[in-house]
Write a protein that binds this ligand. Structure first.
Ligand code: AMP
Length: 116
Protein backbone atom coordinates (compact mmCIF):
# COMPACT_ATOMS: atom_id res chain seq x y z
CA UNK A 1 0.00 0.00 0.00
CA UNK A 2 1.13 3.54 -0.77
CA UNK A 3 1.70 5.31 2.55
CA UNK A 4 -0.23 8.35 1.24
CA UNK A 5 -3.31 6.10 1.00
CA UNK A 6 -2.96 4.82 4.56
CA UNK A 7 -5.73 5.94 6.93
CA UNK A 8 -3.60 5.92 10.08
CA UNK A 9 -0.72 7.72 8.31
CA UNK A 10 -3.25 10.41 7.39
CA UNK A 11 -4.44 10.65 11.00
CA UNK A 12 -0.82 10.75 12.24
CA UNK A 13 -0.02 13.64 9.86
CA UNK A 14 -3.19 15.53 10.79
CA UNK A 15 -4.72 15.22 7.31
CA UNK A 16 -7.68 13.29 8.72
CA UNK A 17 -9.06 14.39 12.10
CA UNK A 18 -9.27 12.09 15.10
CA UNK A 19 -9.99 12.41 18.81
CA UNK A 20 -6.35 12.43 19.86
CA UNK A 21 -5.56 11.63 23.52
CA UNK A 22 -1.77 11.39 23.32
CA UNK A 23 0.95 12.41 20.89
CA UNK A 24 4.73 12.18 20.91
CA UNK A 25 7.40 12.37 18.23
CA UNK A 26 6.91 8.71 17.39
CA UNK A 27 3.39 7.73 18.50
CA UNK A 28 -0.17 8.97 18.35
CA UNK A 29 -3.16 7.63 20.30
CA UNK A 30 -6.80 8.40 19.53
CA UNK A 31 -10.31 7.15 20.30
CA UNK A 32 -11.59 4.35 18.08
CA UNK A 33 -14.38 5.58 15.79
CA UNK A 34 -16.40 2.41 16.51
CA UNK A 35 -15.72 1.70 20.19
CA UNK A 36 -16.17 -1.86 21.44
CA UNK A 37 -16.19 -0.81 25.10
CA UNK A 38 -16.62 2.41 27.14
CA UNK A 39 -12.89 3.01 26.60
CA UNK A 40 -11.42 2.07 23.23
CA UNK A 41 -8.18 3.74 22.18
CA UNK A 42 -5.75 2.99 19.38
CA UNK A 43 -2.02 3.48 19.97
CA UNK A 44 -0.34 3.95 16.61
CA UNK A 45 3.27 4.48 15.52
CA UNK A 46 3.62 7.52 13.26
CA UNK A 47 6.01 5.51 11.09
CA UNK A 48 4.19 3.26 8.64
CA UNK A 49 4.60 -0.37 9.74
CA UNK A 50 2.01 -2.56 8.04
CA UNK A 51 1.49 -5.05 10.86
CA UNK A 52 3.22 -6.89 13.68
CA UNK A 53 4.24 -9.41 11.03
CA UNK A 54 6.44 -6.81 9.34
CA UNK A 55 7.88 -5.33 12.55
CA UNK A 56 11.61 -5.99 12.96
CA UNK A 57 14.33 -5.64 15.59
CA UNK A 58 14.87 -1.88 14.90
CA UNK A 59 11.22 -1.35 15.95
CA UNK A 60 11.84 -2.87 19.39
CA UNK A 61 11.88 0.41 21.28
CA UNK A 62 8.82 1.71 19.41
CA UNK A 63 6.90 -1.48 20.24
CA UNK A 64 7.87 -1.15 23.89
CA UNK A 65 6.74 2.48 23.89
CA UNK A 66 3.35 1.47 22.46
CA UNK A 67 2.75 -0.92 25.36
CA UNK A 68 3.95 1.55 28.00
CA UNK A 69 1.82 4.36 26.52
CA UNK A 70 -1.17 1.99 26.66
CA UNK A 71 -0.51 1.38 30.36
CA UNK A 72 -0.16 5.14 30.99
CA UNK A 73 -3.41 5.86 29.13
CA UNK A 74 -5.21 3.12 31.06
CA UNK A 75 -4.23 4.99 34.23
CA UNK A 76 -5.18 8.45 32.95
CA UNK A 77 -8.47 7.12 31.55
CA UNK A 78 -9.18 5.50 34.97
CA UNK A 79 -9.52 1.86 33.89
CA UNK A 80 -6.22 0.58 35.26
CA UNK A 81 -7.67 -0.26 38.68
CA UNK A 82 -10.33 -2.57 37.26
CA UNK A 83 -8.22 -3.90 34.41
CA UNK A 84 -8.27 -3.66 30.65
CA UNK A 85 -7.24 -5.47 27.51
CA UNK A 86 -4.55 -4.68 24.94
CA UNK A 87 -4.82 -6.31 21.51
CA UNK A 88 -2.85 -6.26 18.27
CA UNK A 89 -4.86 -7.83 15.45
CA UNK A 90 -2.54 -9.15 12.75
CA UNK A 91 -3.46 -10.19 9.23
CA UNK A 92 -6.63 -11.71 7.88
CA UNK A 93 -7.17 -14.40 10.51
CA UNK A 94 -6.24 -11.91 13.24
CA UNK A 95 -9.05 -9.63 12.10
CA UNK A 96 -6.82 -6.70 11.12
CA UNK A 97 -8.83 -4.23 9.04
CA UNK A 98 -6.39 -1.28 8.87
CA UNK A 99 -2.98 -2.18 7.45
CA UNK A 100 -0.97 0.04 9.77
CA UNK A 101 0.26 -1.45 13.05
CA UNK A 102 -1.86 -0.41 16.03
CA UNK A 103 -2.50 -1.51 19.59
CA UNK A 104 -6.08 -1.51 20.87
CA UNK A 105 -6.61 -0.45 24.49
CA UNK A 106 -10.08 -1.57 25.56
CA UNK A 107 -11.61 -1.16 29.00
CA UNK A 108 -14.51 -0.05 31.13
CA UNK A 109 -16.39 -3.36 31.03
CA UNK A 110 -15.79 -7.03 31.83
CA UNK A 111 -13.98 -8.74 28.93
CA UNK A 112 -14.69 -12.27 27.83
CA UNK A 113 -12.41 -15.10 26.84
CA UNK A 114 -11.94 -16.59 24.32
CA UNK A 115 -12.30 -13.57 22.02
CA UNK A 116 -14.55 -13.97 18.98
P1 AMP B 1 -8.25 -3.55 13.32
O1 AMP B 1 -9.55 -4.18 12.91
O2 AMP B 1 -7.55 -4.28 14.42
O3 AMP B 1 -7.36 -3.29 12.12
O4 AMP B 1 -8.63 -2.16 13.95
C1 AMP B 1 -8.88 -1.02 13.19
C2 AMP B 1 -9.68 -0.10 14.06
O5 AMP B 1 -9.67 1.18 13.47
C3 AMP B 1 -11.17 -0.50 14.18
O6 AMP B 1 -11.47 -0.74 15.55
C4 AMP B 1 -11.91 0.71 13.62
O7 AMP B 1 -13.11 1.01 14.30
C5 AMP B 1 -10.88 1.81 13.77
N1 AMP B 1 -11.02 2.93 12.86
C6 AMP B 1 -11.24 2.89 11.52
N2 AMP B 1 -11.28 4.13 11.01
C7 AMP B 1 -11.05 4.98 12.05
C8 AMP B 1 -10.97 6.41 12.16
N3 AMP B 1 -11.10 7.22 11.10
N4 AMP B 1 -10.74 6.93 13.39
C9 AMP B 1 -10.61 6.14 14.47
N5 AMP B 1 -10.67 4.79 14.42
C10 AMP B 1 -10.89 4.22 13.23
Amino acid sequence: MNVTDCLFCSIASGKIPADVVHESETLIAFRDINPQAPLHLLIVPKQHITSLDTAKAPHQSLLGDMVLVAADLARTESVAGHGYRTVINTGVDGGQSVDHLHLHLIGGRQMEWPPG
